[in-house]
Design a protein around this ligand. Structure first.
Ligand code: SF4
Length: 582
């Protein structure tokens, strides 16, 4: 069933009043890929009456008040993407389109959606029940953070939104515990994965440098970020506190990583795999088409690319569903009336992290000063693609499934590190799971830029490329690699982009189309480098291209070549092909 979105739907369910109302910046898609739907369904399964208000009109409080006032709490999320990232380009311009909005035009999600929705609730209901923030926007702005769009540090979003609590990370279990405590009049301040405001510094907390100290001094902000980042492992994290004006932001340690059974329960809930009719009436929601017949097999990522916040949001310990639950979901998809035989993705933040983890990490927490994949794959990580091979084989055997695509990103350094099952896995992908092109994200070619990204060197890319081409030849396939690259990353100069271009021409023998200008999103190491102009581990200063013109010039080094690649004037090298031809 859908969660109700109108008073009539609430009445139809025989409910007098809702316990929880969720407010979200996305259209309401009832899918396990949409956080608001998952939280709503988990609460519903726990016995709470939950309603949802998707993309409320913000001109007045009428829309956000249409379901009345909940008994226990309001849950507020900006949606699947931070609203500033969803709304603004890397140059700060308003985006025209939004895949999570009916009709596809970017007309419904306000900038800083979490603040706007919280303010609307406060002005519509003066003395209301607690407002609880969640989702990626709240999670990554939970302590002092650099905001690219205002070019300054901002306080915790909990304070700016005047909210009561913030649940960070993947909050299914925390939200049920919180709801239970609010229902019974208990104190939620012990819930793991929760942030709240306090007047006193709790005795057991690690005190982070205050917001004022961080705003005054970039080195202090760097120290704060290290402490924040290192206290994200559920086995070792201490509670954190940060003075912001006259109050402390207190962050409880994260929840333990979910077991397979817990993940299965979340995914085995009854999802409609549709846009709610209230939103569907307003137009097509494009995001549904990429997630309706996709399957998430695991969560978390130990890749820790420095421009990515997944390690801060989902954690660097991977947990995965049981094959039985995944197969059962695939069978349900195959029986769906709209299913055309193609499972659009089987993966997670990184496709090939399914089914194994480091025993040391599971026992005592991730190494605080060592990474699992950088500078090379840690020998303690038992990389094994066997479980994923077996899973993919089973999925292919389901009646009604013609093709199973692996569209999530692949870590090719892990394929190369798996002596037993790495190459069989790659062959499996090439034979069955690549739809003409495999997307990979080397991001750059220059060693010092890659080191600042926390990405493997270009040598492993070239080894992987050779293997990919050779296997395609052996299998009689004409498939190619699509490369994703970043321009204007901290430390990257125009000369580095020219070297990257030369690398693409000489070694990849094409000019990739997928070049993004780096956007400093909240709570990543890359954003810290952008703001401070320093390598946070060595203290060395590094060049950062901050002007729009300079950032565009970096992109143009590749993009202009790409345009010429479509003409006779570029390139004149025999055998050089456009992206997509490999
Ligand atoms: S031992 Fe290696 S794989 Fe395990 S947590 Fe530490 S760095 Fe990661």
């Amino acid at each position: 069933m859908f969660l109700p979105t109108t008073p009539e739907e609430v009445r139809t369910l025989g409910w007098e009043r809702l316990d929880v109302i969720l407010v979200t910046g996305d259209a309401y898609i009832d899918s396990p890929f949409i956080g608001a739907a998952v939280i709503g369904k988990v609460l519903l399964a726990a016995g709470y009456r939950v309603g949802i208000i998707a993309q409320p009109a913000t001109e007045s409080g009428a829309d956000i008040a249409r379901l009345g006032e909940p008994l226990l709490f309001w849950g507020v999320t900006g949606g699947s993407v931070d609203s500033m990232v969803a709304n603004r380009t890397a140059a700060g311009r308003k985006r025209r389109t939004d895949d999570y909005t009916p009709g596809g035009l970017n007309t419904r999600r306000p900038d800083r959606a979490v603040l706007v929705y919280s303010n609307l609730i406060r002005t519509s209901f003066k003395q209301t029940c607690p407002i609880v923030l969640g989702g990626i926007e709240a999670s990554l702005r939970r302590v002092a953070h650099y905001d690219f769009w205002e070019n300054r540090l901002r306080r915790s979003i909990l304070f700016d939104a005047k909210a009561d609590y913030l649940l960070y990370g993947m909050a299914e279990r925390s939200v049920v515990e919180l709801a239970g405590l609010l229902r019974t009049g208990g104190d939620p301040k012990g819930v793991r994965g929760l942030c709240y405001a306090g007047r006193e510094l709790p005795a057991d907390c690690l005190a982070l440098p205050s917001f004022a100290e961080c705003a005054r001094d970039k080195d202090t902000f760097t120290r704060m970020f290290h402490a924040f980042y290192r206290n994200n492992d559920p086995r070792t994290a201490r509670p954190l506190a940060q003075l912001q004006d006259s109050r402390y932001l207190i962050q409880n340690p994260p929840r333990p990583v979910p077991t397979s059974e817990e993940l299965d329960r979340v995914h085995d809930l009854d999802y409609e795999l549709e846009v709610h009719p209230y939103c569907a009436r307003q137009g097509e929601v494009r995001a549904l088409e990429t997630i309706r017949f996709a399957i998430a097999t695991h969560r978390g990522c130990y890749g820790e690319c420095n421009f990515c916040a997944i390690a801060v949001h989902q954690g660097r310990t991977v947990s995965w569903r049981s094959p039985g639950s995944i197969i059962a979901e695939a069978r349900r998809l195959a029986a769906h009336p709209r299913f055309k035989g193609i499972i659009q993705d089987v993966g997670g933040p990184t496709a090939n992290m399914f089914g194994f983890e480091c025993a040391i990490k599971l026992r005592q927490g991730g190494c605080p000063r060592k990474r699992c994949l950088f500078p090379k794959v840690c020998p303690h990580l038992p990389v094994d693609h066997g479980p994923q091979i077996r899973l993919l084989q089973e999925l292919r055997g389901i009646k009604g499934v013609r093709k199973v695509v692996v569209a999530s990103g692949i870590r090719y350094d892990m394929i190369l590190a798996d002596r037993q099952n790495g190459l069989p896995y790659l062959r499996e992908l090439i034979r069955h799971h690549v739809s003409g092109q495999m997307k990979i994200a080397p991001e750059h070619s220059e060693g010092h830029v890659l080191a600042r990204m926390g990405k493997p060197g270009a040598d492993s890319l070239l080894r992987f490329r050779e293997l990919f081409l050779e296997m395609n030849r052996e299998e009689g396939r004409r498939q190619f690699l699509t490369y994703y690259l970043i321009a204007a990353y901290p430390g990257c100069t125009l000369a580095d982009m020219q070297h990257l271009r030369r690398f693409c021409v000489d070694s990849l023998r094409l000019l990739p189309r997928q070049v993004q200008i780096f956007t400093p999103t909240p709570s990543t190491y890359a954003t810290l480098m952008y703001w401070t102009g320093q390598n946070p581990w060595t203290g060395e200063s590094c060049f950062v291209e901050k002007t729009d013109a300079g950032r565009n010039r970096q992109k143009e080094v590749l993009a202009s070549g790409e345009r010429k690649a479509g003409t006779q004037s570029w390139p004149k090298r025999p055998g050089l092909r456009k992206a997509g031809d490999e």
